[in-house]
Design a protein around this ligand. Structure first.
Ligand SMILES: [Zn+2]
Length: 94
């Protein structure tokens, strides 16, 4: 019977940890980093891709594309974009 004492067991565990760490940790770190990067880029894209333009969904006053607030009701561009996407989502059935 092989002598598997504490130190040998620890070495085996260390080797297993190294093997698992070498194959799984970089993958995990990469996918986490990628998700974080895509999330950030998505936030940026969302901000750029939805300029406030056309009529305000609250008061129908035309909002200039680069305006931060509606000149009619004073709603912020964030609120207007959110309301517009909400209305768009309501129009088309899921
Ligand atoms: Zn308005």
């Amino acid at each position: 019977m092989p002598n598997l004492g504490g130190p040998e067991l620890l070495i085996v565990l260390a080797v297993l940890l190294l093997l698992f760490g070498a194959t799984r940790l970089p993958k995990l770190a990469r996918s986490m980093g990628q998700a974080g990067k895509e999330f950030k880029e998505g936030m940026k894209d969302g901000y750029r891709a939805e300029p406030v333009e056309g009529p305000c969904p609250f008061c129908e006053v035309k909002v200039p594309a680069d305006s931060k607030f509606c000149p009619g009701c004073g709603k912020s561009s964030d609120e207007i974009v959110a309301q517009k996407s909400r209305e768009a989502a309501e129009k088309k059935p899921a």
